[in-house]
Structures are given as C-alpha cells and as structure tokens.
Design a protein around this ligand. Structure first.
Ligand code: MN
Ligand code: MN
Length: 465
C-alpha cells in the first residue's frame, strides 16, 4: 500500500516504537524462541546467586574459559573467569586493542528477592516444626504464602567443609510452604494494609509435623527434623549458625500464553539479563576491546557487601588487567563503558495508573534503555549523558536490534535503583538496559521471549564494538 505524505512524515519525524514481531529480522522469532529454551533451563538450575555463579562458571569452562590468576599475563583472545566467593563472577575476553583504550562491561545481578533463614531458624509449636525467615530484597510478603517452596543453601561445618543443600527442586522432593489464614477467620487480617497483610515475622516455613520415635517428649517434632538433617547432611542445629539458606519458589520456568510468547518463572530479575550477558561473553571471539560480563550479587539489598558492585572487586579486577600492560587501573577505568543490564517494570494494563504511557517500557517492544532510575526527583541514580545515550542508540539501530526507552513508573509513584550508579561512581560511562518484566519481584514473574533475545543481541553487539 502506498503511503500518504502524512504517513511518510509521521514515520520520519515521530518516535514510535513498534511490536518486535513487526520489525524483527526474517527468521529471528524462531531463533529467539530457541534461545529462550536455554534460558529456561538455566532458570531451573540457578535459583540462587551461588547456583547461578557455579552454573555460569561451568558454562564458561565448557566454552574455553580458564580461571583468572592475578599477576598472570594474558594475550588477545584469551578467555578468563574470576570467581568472587562463589557468589559473583566476571567473564572476560582479552581484546585486540591495548587495555588503555578501556574495557566494555555488561553488568547484571544474579541474586533475586527471596526469604533467607534466620541464623537460629528451627522451632516447634503445637507439634509443628517451622523455620524463621528474614526476607531479602523488596517483596510483597503476602505473595509468599500458600505456594510451594524449596530450600537452597550452604552450610559451613566446623571441620571447614561446606555442605550444599537443595530440597524441593527434584520431582520426588518434598516441598515447603508458608501458611496463610483461611478467609473465614480473616476478618481482622482484612483490616491490615496490603503491605502488612502478612508480616515479616509471619513468614514461617512449615517443615514437619511428626515426632521422633513416636515419642511424647517435648520438641519431639523438631528433634525429628534435626535427626533427618543429621542423617542426610551431617549437620546439627548449631551448624545453622554458619549457614546461608534461601527459601525460593519451587516453580519451574514455563511458557505463558496460548501463543507461548512469554516465559513465567521465579527470578527473571535479573537472570533475564544475566543469562544473555553470559551468552554474549561466551560468544565473543577475539573482540576489539577487552570485554567483561559481570554477574554480581547483593543488588536486591543495595549492592553493599564484598560480592556486590558497591564493593571494589570489579575495579580491582580491572587493575590487574591494567597492570599486565603497566598501566594504573584508573587510566583504564575512566575510558571504559558499561551497560548496566537490569530489568525494568513492564507496562501492565491492569495497573496502568502508576505508569506513564509515553515513557513506560512495554513487553515485546524490545530491550528497554533507561537513561536514569532512582526515585523522588532522580534521587539515587546515575543519569546517563546524552552523548552516551546517543552512542548506545546508534549501536542498537545500526544492528537492527529492537529497543525502546523506559522509565520505572510515574514521577513520584515510587522507583528503584540498579548497579549503574556504583559503576558510574568509578568514573565509567554507563546506562541501564534490560528486559521489561510483568509482576516484577513477585515469586513468579513474566517476560517476553523476543525481549530476552533482544537483550542478548544488545550485549553481543556491545562486545563487537
Ligand atoms: Mn534487578
Ligand atoms: Mn530487583
């Protein structure tokens, strides 16, 4: 059909992001769907930062990566990984150019909102054994009741060994659950605000109900649970004190919709950016610049701690790269560029009143570029420069990658942050770019397959610059 002059001018002058299906390259939808099968498998294997880190390292090793040794010299094309305490990982491919030209960084996080066990979690009440939790990251507490849960953790025993525990993921495994009140007796609970519908101290995980040796002694149910744990893993109640246990949904990733266009899963935030960033690093062969995918921990609690990006581990790693060629780290860092790969809220027609239609990110409109995040007048954010936005925009357009701009919610409706500001504070150009998510931070989040693939293409293209 021939375009009218008006249509022609509109096309030329208006910003009008389209559904990815309408602008995607021939045959790319099938490629995207195939890519997402790998992503779904990754999601089911990597529900915690520890599991994600070891899965990423396994993938890296299978693709020719070797463990980074500080002080060692590496030449162009060599692939190294750096394992930070089993909770964050850097994948790096040495570039053809000198390190003094800077490095290209894609930074995503591999921790997700969840429930952590308290240090002394196990107790018994009315012949029921329960675990006390302390939630991690921003959750709507009521969403965590009456759903199947699994328990993942690492226990450091006194002899120095570490026992990994994972219960509730195998088909035959038992699951756990947090109980909720029946509606018949919910009269008082209904009067609470939604935020307090379930309180933090009510997030107690049901783990058992039969006594040890059918005995009537006190705490026999708790004793029975401890005896099961001792038999299976060799640990006692005191060993909980030196353990990290995470309670996460026991759901598996699955397709959503009659058209299978979406994926539902726990932990899309931010594995939906971490996985594409990992794949982009694995596929990077002889890059021009040195490239790094940083898969970090602790983003959901503000990036503090030695495995989070507010710590210095990434800068120290770059220092080592700089030292290989006799430079100071800061000379390399200030010339480096970063894509802060994190999710954003997708426009939800059911809750449209908190989102601003012209600047919201939409599922299926491609990877979303967020110039800034933060809240309350751009508080607590790195605001990417027009120049850097321009550079990223040109890169995406030239490669025919479907993308859109995004802003997390209406002004003063709330907000959030990412690792971008910690990267920017090192004197690096950075912008947020990621996949829009429906029901973000819920135990079961939803994303579009085409957007996931566009994230992968964006990071791959960035590494080809
Ligand atoms: Mn995130
Ligand atoms: Mn988050």
């Amino acid at each position: 059909m021939e375009k009218t002059k008006i249509e022609e001018m509109k096309e030329k002058l208006f910003y009008n992001p389209k559904h990815a299906s309408c602008v995607i390259n021939e045959g790319e939808t099938e490629i995207a769907d195939g890519f997402c099968e790998g992503y779904k498998a990754f999601l089911d294997k990597a529900k915690t930062e520890r599991e994600a880190a070891s899965e990423i390292i396994a993938l890296a090793k299978a693709n020719g990566y070797v463990e980074f040794i500080p002080g060692e010299k590496y030449s162009a094309g060599e692939k190294v990984y750096y394992n930070n305490r089993g909770k964050s990982v850097i994948l790096c491919v040495i570039g053809k150019r000198s390190i003094i030209d800077g490095v290209k960084i894609a930074a995503a996080h591999i921790d997700s909102p969840r429930l952590d066990l308290k240090p002394n979690p196990l107790y018994e009440d009315t012949d029921i054994a329960l675990l006390k939790t302390h939630y991690y990251g921003g959750i709507k507490k009521y969403q965590w009741t009456a759903i199947p849960l699994s328990l993942h953790g690492a226990v450091a025993l006194k002899d120095g060994s570490v026992v990994n525990v994972c219960v509730g993921e195998d088909e035959e495994d038992p699951r756990f659950v947090i109980t909720d009140l029946l509606p018949h007796l919910g009269g008082e609970q209904y009067k609470r605000t939604l935020k307090d519908g379930i309180r933090g101290e009510e997030l107690n995980v049901l783990v058992g109900s039969r006594p040890f040796m059918n005995d009537e002694c006190s705490e026999a149910v708790k004793l029975n649970i401890l005896s099961i744990l001792y038999e299976k893993y060799g640990f006692t109640e005191t060993d909980f004190l030196s353990a990290e246990f995470e309670v996460v949904p026991a759901f598996r990733a699955c397709d959503i919709g009659f058209d299978r266009s979406m994926i539902g899963a726990y932990g899309h935030d931010d594995r939906v950016c971490a996985y594409p960033a990992v794949m982009a690093a694995l596929d990077a062969e002889n890059p021009e610049y040195t490239i790094m995918s940083v898969l970090t921990d602790k983003e959901e609690t503000g990036s503090d701690g030695n495995t989070g990006l507010h710590s210095s581990y990434m800068a120290y790693f770059i220092n080592y790269l700089a030292a290989m060629e006799g430079y100071d780290g800061y000379e390399v860092i200030r010339k480096s560029e970063c894509l802060s790969a994190d999710v954003t809220a997708a426009f939800d027609p059911t809750f449209s009143d908190v989102l601003e239609r012209r600047n919201a990110a939409y599922i299926n409109k491609g990877v979303a570029v967020m110039k800034y995040t933060g809240s309350g007048g751009k508080g607590g954010t790195s605001d990417a420069s027009a120049e850097y936005m321009g550079k990223v925009r040109t890169m995406l357009d030239n490669a025919n990658i479907v993308w859109q701009v995004g802003e997390l919610g209406k002004v003063d409706a709330g907000g959030g942050g990412t690792v971008a500001k910690y990267v920017a504070n090192l004197d690096i150009d950075v912008v947020d770019i990621g996949v829009p998510v429906l029901s973000m931070h819920a135990p079961f989040e939803t994303v579009s397959k085409l957007d996931v693939y566009m994230a992968y293409r964006a990071f791959s293209e960035f590494f080809k610059q």
